[in-house]
Design a protein around this ligand. Structure first.
Ligand SMILES: [Cu+2]
Length: 167
């Protein structure tokens, strides 16, 4: 339902829904202003993660796919991502990749820390999401959603776009 929006829109929507319960019109007004500016400023301590430029290289139908994105922690606390979930995939893991005797090897990470104020790059040849057991076919330009999940079970929806595999 948010397909026409960029991934960052989702975070703003989630961030607002977390704070909107407070019966504090000042805070709501401040949030509305932050939204107008396009970001939620440091006035809100705590949890504020964004994932931008999220994409997945096109893969043959039924094969595992990879997810790449730029993740940034704007909050005051470190965030420890543990995995992701999507109704489009049976299972999603966080993987690292390294050269071992001339062979690229992937390893499942149980924790990927994004320190406060820092960012982490998921990119070809490096850290990535391993999207296992795809439930459907994905064509170039298709979009699908997943949720990044941290050790406290906070969830951040991300929309990934299927793009051409980079050479
Ligand atoms: Cu992998």
């Amino acid at each position: 339902m948010f397909n026409s929006h960029s991934a960052i829109d989702h975070f703003e929507i989630i961030a607002v829904s977390k704070f909107i319960e407070y019966p504090n019109t000042m805070m709501i007004r401040r949030l509305a202003f932050a939204l107008f500016l396009g970001f939620v400023g440091p006035a809100q301590a705590g949890i504020n993660l964004t994932a931008t430029d999220a994409w997945s290289p096109q893969a043959p139908p039924g094969r595992m796919m990879a997810g790449f994105m730029h993740i940034e922690n704007h909050g005051s606390d470190a965030i420890i991502l543990t995995h992701a979930e999507s109704d489009q995939f049976g299972r999603i893991e966080i993987h690292s990749m390294r050269m071992d005797d001339g062979v690229m090897r992937m390893r499942k990470l149980d924790a990927l820390e994004v320190p406060s104020g820092e960012s982490v790059e998921l990119r070809p040849g490096g850290l990535h999401l391993m999207l296992m057991q795809p439930q459907g076919r994905f064509e170039l330009g298709d979009r699908f959603e997943l949720e990044l999940i941290d050790s406290a079970d906070n969830r951040w929806p991300v929309t990934l776009e299927v793009r051409e595999r980079r050479r």
